[in-house]
Design a protein around this ligand. Structure first.
Ligand SMILES: NC(=O)N[C@@H](CC(=O)O)C(=O)O
Ligand SMILES: [Zn+2]
Ligand SMILES: [Zn+2]
Length: 345
């Protein structure tokens, strides 16, 4: 059979993105708004977005950066700390905040204010369960005795499992999953437990990052795992199971902060997100499953309407730029200078 030359999809949404703030916004919001109708905006600013007032103020800064005539909608999230009370949750919910994010303290970029013991946020989780606010998790433990490649699995066993059981009506998204364990856990879990998967975890494994030289632009958290885990993620994303949907985790760090002796974690994928996913789905022979993953299952999980606009991708190889500009800084997108098969029209 001839390979497909063109695909039309319901317009996708991004259920996990980092837009940063200030002079980064024209770049990050411009790229996100070009790709997506809506995006779940991560709250790990410095200082973090911890309550309704912070979320509303951040939302208006984002809105001010949306290009004229574009209907992009940011969906706001608060950052859970040891001090997040039920009242903070209720006020955020009333202000339209859709989710709260659990960063175990020290797990990833800008997580210093994160939760030190999940027991500290049980009242907040109770309030979230009552009002229908979603719980999003960066699923890695941070204890130094746990190997970085095992941190997601141990988090699932020690922290996520109990939370899923203790709050049977809480809707939970395990973000940016990277292992077969995570895919398996989510597939087997009760209704209301889902996961996002990034394009980079579908396209790459740790060999891409470490063989033949260390490639800092592939470094993100949770870190790329073995090919075996990559294959399990591809299987989950392309399965048509609505528990798995698109979340880019596009996370810009300037070139200087990536290409250095202690580089930051995060891959910038918003510039070519749907094209990267199309590449991964095509390699798996599952392009027909892209629309459900990218455009249907996310809004269904969040209880939001599916988009009505469409986008079209054509098979027309194009080369990503070697670099982008973010404010006054250089930003290297993931797959910079590489050729992708699918182009948006
Ligand atoms: N994924 C990353 O490697 N980095 C993210 C934080 C995160 O999502 O963990 C960032 O904010 O840079
Ligand atoms: Zn994370
Ligand atoms: Zn992230």
């Amino acid at each position: 059979m001839e390979p497909k030359q063109q695909i039309t999809l319901r317009k996708p949404d991004d259920w996990h993105i980092h837009l940063r703030d200030g002079t980064a916004l024209p770049r990050t919001v411009g790229d996100a708004a070009d790709q997506f109708q809506r995006a779940i905006v991560m709250p790990n600013l410095v200082p973090p977005v911890v309550n309704a007032a912070d979320a509303l103020a951040y939302k208006s800064r984002i809105q001010a950066a949306i290009p004229e005539g574009n209907a992009f909608t940011p969906l706001m999230v608060i950052y859970l700390t040891d001090n997040t009370t039920a009242e903070v949750v209720q006020q955020a919910h009333a202000a339209g905040v859709v989710a709260a994010k659990l960063y175990p303290a020290g797990a990833t970029t800008n997580s210093d204010s994160g939760v030190t013991d999940v027991a500290n946020i049980y009242p907040a989780l109770e309030a979230m369960q009552s009002c229908g606010m979603k719980l999003l998790l960066h699923g890695e433990v941070t204890t130094s005795d746990i190997d970085i490649f095992d941190r997601e699995r141990v988090f699932i066993e020690n922290i996520l499992g109990p939370v899923v059981d203790d709050f049977p009506n809480l809707k939970i998204v395990l973000e940016h999953i990277t292992t077969a364990h995570a895919a398996e856990f989510v597939a087997q879990a009760r209704a209301g437990v889902a996961a996002t998967i990034t394009a980079h975890h579908l396209l790459y494994n740790r060999n891409h990052m470490l063989v033949g030289g260390i490639r800092p632009h592939y470094y993100c958290l949770p870190i790329l795992k073995r090919g075996y885990h990559q294959n399990a993620l591809i299987e989950a994303a392309t399965s048509g199971n609505p528990k798995f949907f698109l979340g880019t985790d596009s996370a810009p760090h300037t070139q200087g902060k990536k290409e250095t002796s202690c580089g930051c974690a995060g891959c910038y994928t918003a510039f070519s997100a749907i094209e990267l996913y199309a590449e991964a789905f095509e390699r798996a022979g599952k392009l027909d499953k892209l629309e459900g993953f990218a455009s249907d299952f996310g809004p269904d999980f969040y209880g939001l309407p599916r988009n009505t606009d469409t986008i079209t991708l054509v098979r027309e190889p194009w080369t990503l730029p070697a670099g982008l500009q973010m404010g006054d800084d250089a930003l290297i997108p993931l797959a910079a200078g590489e050729t992708l098969n699918w182009r948006r029209v």
